[in-house]
Structures are given as structure tokens and as C-alpha cells.
Design a binder for this molecule. Structure first.
Ligand SMILES: Nc1ncnc2c1ncn2[C@@H]1O[C@H](COP(=O)(O)OP(=O)(O)OP(=O)(O)O)[C@@H](O)[C@H]1O
Ligand SMILES: [Mg+2]
Length: 489
């Protein structure tokens, strides 16, 4: 008989069963430091007579052993939940935690499995993350060095650490288990996901961004993608320290933002666009009124005078959706001095350009493109999505007169994230948007360890908008732009 069946066949004892004179377990599970370990033990010695009958038999520390532990933890969790009369949740208090400890000891004993002390502690930690956390992936969420968690079906969980994506040996027991955790994430938000509409965007209580998509659309099982909310947002000094940009590039970008140029951050998925947008937004002077517009609030601005707007998905009946575009239009009535749009994905690009061309200078946004030239093409496409039936030439004119600068962010092959180009939009010539690189990234090679050797350098060209920077008090030395003086190198 499987553990699950055996345990569920046992009668559930009355709630106040088995007194625990010396249970010394802490309330919550501690995070496991390593990626490729089963959930770690959080509790010190479990000193219940029920749970420490002997030295115990270790469950092998391999995938079969991990699966066995997981199965046992879920079976115990189900019984604990049932004993509280709940399918999903138990309110957290000192009293409920004490009862959980007691019942854990009981149900563990009834399972007939005889584990060593360390594994009992690990099992308890697993049960606690099932009851109060997000199950097997809780350890990854608690690990500050993990920046992204990707569940590709219940048996394949990847994590990103230091820019590298690695397969972990953490697993859900099966589709039902993963679905239960998705439900745990979205239920408090009043959201729902089912076969009829099998995808959902949500947020964890800490602000981490979650997308879940389930069968039938996710062919290999429930799929979850979590972009973790970093408690400490990267600052400009971090980006310089990491080699993501040079001090000169940072000084130049600061001058551009303060001087109210319109800046687009362009980049691929997960390249660091939002992070860079956040850093650039923090250059906006304190006295400017800022309105931020996002799909899912990720920006964290240092200024006080910030109005934060967030798009809203449709209600269950399909009505009531408030899109980024609606918010951009609404923001124009909010007397903004700066509009910061988290990401342009569609028709809102058109409204943003209108705003930029009608006095709302100094606006910032990001979009998905792999090079500055592609960013222009993407803007054109998005403007067409606005359904205004405008000739392409007119759209190009709007783009050329609205956008001043494109900052290209790239995730390199070695996992590092860098500003790979800072490009001026100079205007329109013979129907084509003219672009001029001011800074570029040059790939020089690769070290034996696989690290990319790159150089971030100015192109030697001063931007045409230099007079605007000067009018705002930025007299940037020609050397910033790589001007070469005779006799000097
Ligand atoms: N310059 C950088 N150096 C190191 N890590 C970075 C850098 N920029 C961003 N990151 C990290 O990379 C991850 C992705 O960053 P971010 O959310 O800004 O990317 P994005 O391009 O906006 O992603 P998406 O396309 O999903 O919106 C985050 O964990 C962030 O902390
Ligand atoms: Mg982003």
C-alpha cells in the first residue's frame, strides 16, 4: 500500500490528541541554502515520545527517497488540514502551530515510517511549507541568491542564480500538487485558473511577479514562472560595479533624464529592462510629479511625489479590464510632469508618443527588442496596434520627434546583463529614422571559464541634443564621448 493510502486509511484522531511536553520546533521552515537539496530541516530535535522511537531508518537521499519524503509530507499535510476542517488553509497563531506540531507527531507515528531525527525535522519543515508556504518551491523563494523560479511541469524546476539558469532537483509530487500551490498563490487575490481560462498573472505577498499556465495549454503540466521581487533594488552604483555600464555612461544617462529627454529602454526578456528603468527613474528630480504605470507594480522609486498606477485584469465575467493604455490616457489628466510606463506592449505606445510630443517630456518606458533599430520597428508595430489607421510615414515622424534616446539592455551568453548600446534618435531622413550610437559594447572574446570579455566604449560622436544638456547645466567633458585630442591617447 502506498504511504498516502496507508496514512489516509488511518482514522483521524481527535484534535487534542497526543500531548507534547517537549516539542521544541520553531514556527516556520527555514530556507535551505543549496539549490539541489531536498527541503532542509528547520526544527531542532523533535522530542515527542511519539516521534522518536529509535535511531530510525534513513530514506535514501536520492530522487526515489525525495519522492517518498514528499509523498509522506503531503499525506500528513492533508490529514492536518482535514483535522482543522480545512482543505487549504489554517490561520496562523501560536496555538494552531502547537496543534500542528502535536498532530504532525501523531500522524508521522501512524505512518509506520521510521526516519532518523534529521529526516523527521526535514519532514516537519516540508509539512510547514505545505501548510503555510508554497510547498517545494518555498526554499527557492526564501533564497535571496535565486532571482527567478521556473516550474516546467511538476517534475522540472529551474532556478536562476547569478544570471545562470540551472535545473534543481526540487519537484512537485504531480500535477495536482502543483495546481494546489498555484491555487494557494492566486486565491487570496480573488483570481482563478481552470481549463476554460488556463492562465493567470498574480503576485506573491512580497511583490514577486507570478505567471501560471496550466493544461490544456501547458502541455507538460502546470507551469509557473516567478520573477522574484528583489528587496534591495539595484542602484546605479551596483550597475557600474557589475560592469553593466561605465561611470561615463551613467553620468550621461543622468544628464539625459534630468534634462527631460524621452528615453526608451529596449531589451530582451529578463535582460534587465525594468531594473534599468528603475535606476533611470531615480534620476528624476525630486520636485517633478511622477506617474508610474505598470502591468504589475515592480518599480520602486526613491522620490516622494509618485503616483503609482497598476493595470487590472478582467473580472471573472470578462468585464472590467483596465489596460496600460487606459491608464496612459488617464494619466494625462493627472498633471504629470513625468510619465514612467513599465513596459509598452501594444497600442499604449501611440498614446505615449502623443504625450511626449505634446509637452510631456522626460517620459521613460521599456519595450521588448533586441537592438535599437529593432526598437524603432517595434514602436511602429505597436503604434499600428492602436488602430488609428495612420500611415507608416506619420508614425515614423511621431517616433522620430518624440524619442530622444534608446538604451539597449542585453543579457550576454555568460549570464551577465549589460547596457550594450546608448543610441540617439536624431530625426527622420528620407523617410527613415536616423540612429546614432553614442556608446556601444564591443565583444572581445571569452575566458576559459566562459566569461565574456567586453568593452563598453563611447563611439566618439557627441549627441545632437548636447545643447539641451548644456541648457540644463550639464557641461559634459568631450572625453565622456571619447573625443581624441591630438598628442593624447
Ligand atoms: N545589470 C544587472 N546585473 C545583474 N543583474 C541584473 C541586472 N539588471 C537586472 N538584473 C537582474 O535580472 C533579473 C531580471 O531583471 P528585470 O526584471 O529588470 O528584467 P526585465 O528585462 O524587465 O524582464 P522582463 O522581460 O521579464 O520584464 C532581476 O533578477 C534583476 O535583479
Ligand atoms: Mg520587466
Amino acid at each position: 500500500m502506498s504511504l498516502l493510502k496507508r496514512l489516509n486509511a488511518e482514522p483521524t484522531p481527535p484534535p487534542a490528541a497526543a500531548p507534547t511536553p517537549a516539542a521544541t520546533m520553531p514556527a516556520a521552515a527555514a530556507p535551505a541554502p543549496a539549490l539541489n537539496t531536498p527541503p532542509a530541516a528547520a526544527a531542532p530535535a523533535l522530542q515527542t515520545p511519539a516521534a522518536a522511537p529509535s535511531a530510525g531508518v534513513e530514506v535514501a537521499n536520492d530522487s526515489a527517497g525525495n519522492a517518498k519524503m514528499l509523498e509522506l509530507s503531503l499525506a500528513i499535510t492533508d490529514r492536518i488540514l482535514a483535522s482543522f476542517g480545512s482543505q487549504t488553509q489554517i490561520e496562523r497563531s501560536a496555538e494552531t502551530e502547537r496543534l500542528i506540531q502535536e498532530r504532525f507527531a501523531n500522524y508521522y507515528r501512524q505512518s509506520g515510517v521510521n526516519l532518523g531525527q534529521d529526516q523527521i525535522k526535514a519532514l516537519y519543515a516540508m509539512v510547514m511549507t505545505e501548510i503555510y508556504g508554497f510547498g517545494p518551491i518555498q526554499n527557492l523563494l526564501d533564497d535571496d541568491t535565486v532571482t527567478e523560479v521556473m516550474v516546467n511541469g511538476p517534475q522540472m524546476i529551474y532556478a536562476e542564480r547569478k544570471g545562470k539558469i540551472v535545473l534543481t532537483d526540487i519537484k512537485f509530487l504531480g500535477d495536482d500538487h502543483a495546481l494546489k500551490i498555484i491555487d494557494r498563490i492566486i486565491r487570496p487575490l480573488g483570481r482563478r485558473v481552470d481549463r476554460k481560462w488556463p492562465m493567470v498573472d498574480a503576485r506573491l505577498p512580497d511583490g514577486s511577479r507570478v505567471n501560471a499556465i496550466i493544461p490544456p495549454c501547458a502541455i507538460d503540466g502546470p507551469t509557473i514562472t516567478i520573477r522574484k521581487f528583489s528587496k534591495s533594488k539595484l542602484q546605479i552604483s551596483d550597475l557600474i560595479r557589475f560592469g553593466s555600464m561605465t561611470k561615463e555612461m551613467a553620468d550621461f544617462l543622468q544628464a539625459c533624464v534630468v534634462s527631460k529627454l524621452n528615453v526608451v529602454v529596449s531589451g530582451g526578456t529578463g535582460s534587465g529592462k525594468t531594473t534599468l528603468l528603475n535606476v533611470l527613474s531615480n534620476f528624476i528630480p525630486e520636485e517633478d510629479r511622477i506617474v508610474t504605470i505598470e502591468d504589475s507594480a515592480e518599480l520602486k522609486l526613491a522620490q516622494d511625489h509618485v503616483v503609482r498606477l497598476e493595470a487590472k485584469p478582467a473580472e471573472v465575467d470578462g468585464t472590467g479590464r483596465v489596460a496600460i493604455r487606459d491608464l496612459v490616457i488617464n494619466s494625462l489628466r493627472m498633471r504629470p510632469e513625468r510619465i514612467v510606463i513599465g513596459e509598452c506592449r501594444g497600442g499604449e505606445a501611440f498614446d505615449m508618443l502623443q504625450a511626449m510630443n505634446t509637452g510631456h517630456d522626460g517620459s521613460l518606458t521599456t519595450l521588448h527588442a533586441n537592438a535599437p533599430r529593432d526598437a524603432i520597428a517595434r514602436l511602429e508595430t505597436m503604434c499600428m496596434m492602436a488602430g488609428m489607421d495612420m500611415p507608416l510615414q506619420v508614425i515614423r515622424e511621431q517616433i522620430a520627434s518624440a524619442i530622444n534616446l534608446i538604451v539597449q539592455q542585453t543579457r550576454l551568453r555568460d549570464g551577465s546583463r549589460k547596457v550594450s548600446a546608448i543610441t540617439e534618435v536624431q530625426g527622420l531622413e528620407s523617410g527613415t529614422v536616423v540612429l546614432q550610437d553614442i556608446f556601444v559594447l564591443e565583444e572581445k572574446g571569452i575566458t576559459p571559464e566562459g566569461k565574456m570579455i567586453t568593452e563598453l566604449r563611447p563611439t566618439g560622436v557627441r549627441p545632437k541634443f548636447t545643447p539641451t544638456l548644456e541648457a540644463n547645466g550639464f557641461k559634459l567633458p568631450p572625453s565622456i564621448f571619447g573625443a581624441v585630442f591630438p598628442g593624447r591617447r
